[in-house]
Design a protein around this ligand. Structure first.
Ligand code: GLA
Length: 352
């Protein structure tokens, strides 16, 4: 008799480099972190019930809705309702469930708490339904699942994000960075062995919410740049073609093009164990995000500056920007600032 699955865990992520490239068919190099979201799942009571009851432990809030017809309710509830709706739409047979959500990724800090939530919910709901129906666990297509979770983000929460966060959470592995080509959705594992160098994040203290930040505006600018250039994505635009664009579209497109090159250079630096070169690439990425993409804020700038002053060899904002966390790379022997939190690449999402 198979044991009832008790839920699922999905990690948050840190993007080592490759920012605002995912929705431009570009390249990125994120890794899964050890912090994440755990969803505990039990069959609904009474058995066979067709409702989903969910408790968000960290918020002390609950929700309940009919499995067949979730509608928007606002806030965190839309992640749950949206995941149920998108799973059903994709043909996953679901069963009534009691869910409990708990996590240790800070919300709104640019470490992908929302992707971790969507992925953990999806895995827990699929595993529970599979077990209840007496079926053996299915081999899931992780890329398709990432796309499903991204639809929750865009169609239910209103943030037109790319696939970076969900793919990092689903494909992450210990001591490994995940190289992603968003044009082909090809994924490669790159060993994240830093020879005693350490990565650490600091929260800028500024909350960011993609839906209300400049994120959607930047996306729209990239689309407009493509329209003007007659290409279907910025990946296809030759760097010299970008000169034709009016500002600020030219600057946005130049960031994307340069950032793709920096991802390729970062993979080479990791393979060569050249952490100095990696640190320089992090600094260049930040400068480009600040000056060309204009996705920084005074609080983010202060956080980056203080990491550099406290000994980081390289530092940059991570995630969507307009707030959130910054990442620093520290040479062996350099003490991490007290408020910095060391991050290492950990395993990806899994059923518990
Ligand atoms: C957020 C989005 C991602 C990606 C990054 C920027 O984290 O969720 O899809 O666009 O911003 O690189």
């Amino acid at each position: 008799m198979p044991l009832e699955p008790s839920g699922a865990f999905a990690p948050g992520r840190v993007n080592l480099i490759g920012e605002h490239t995912d929705y431009n068919d570009g390249l990125a190099l994120p890794f899964a972190i050890s912090a994440g979201v755990t969803v505990r799942a039990k069959a609904a009571r009474p058995r066979g019930g067709d409702r989903v009851a969910v408790h968000a432990r960290d918020l002390g809030e609950s929700d309940e809705f009919a499995l067949a017809s979730p509608v928007r309710a606002g806030g965190w509830r839309d992640y749950v309702r949206g995941t149920v709706a998108e799973l059903a739409r994709a043909g996953f047979p679901l069963v009534g469930a009691q869910l409990e959500i708990a996590g240790d990724v800070p919300r709104g800090a640019g470490l992908s708490s929302s992707a971790a939530l969507e992925v953990a919910l999806a895995l827990a709901l699929i595993a529970l339904a599979t077990e209840r129906r007496g079926e053996s666990p299915v081999e899931l297509d992780r890329t398709a699942l990432a796309q499903l979770c991204a639809r929750v983000e865009s169609d239910w929460v209103g943030a037109q994000t790319g696939l970076l966060d969900q793919l990092a959470s689903l494909y992450g592995a210990a001591e490994t960075a995940v190289w992603i080509d968003f044009q082909t959705l090809r994924i490669r594992e790159v060993p994240l062995e830093l020879g005693g160098w350490r990565l650490a994040v600091v929260d800028s203290g500024e909350r960011h919410a993609h839906a209300s930040s400049g994120y959607n505006q930047r996306r729209a600018e990239c689309w407009r740049a493509c329209e003007l250039l007659g290409v279907s994505s910025l990946r296809e635009a030759e760097p010299q073609l970008l000169e034709r664009l009016p500002e600020p579209l030219r600057a946005r497109a130049q960031h994307v093009s340069g950032e793709n090159e920096r991802v390729t250079a970062a993979v080479a630096a990791l393979r060569a164990h050249d952490e100095e070169a990696l640190a320089a690439l992090l600094n260049a990425s930040h400068e480009s995000l600040r000056d060309l993409y204009e996705a920084s804020t005074p609080a983010v700038e202060r956080a980056v500056q203080s990491l550099l002053e406290e000994g980081a060899a390289g530092a940059r904002m991570i995630g969507g920007g307009f707030g959130g966390s910054v990442l620093g790379l520290f040479a062996p022997g350099i003490r991490l600032p007290a408020r910095a939190r060391e991050v290492r690449a950990g395993p990806g999402a899994r059923v518990l």
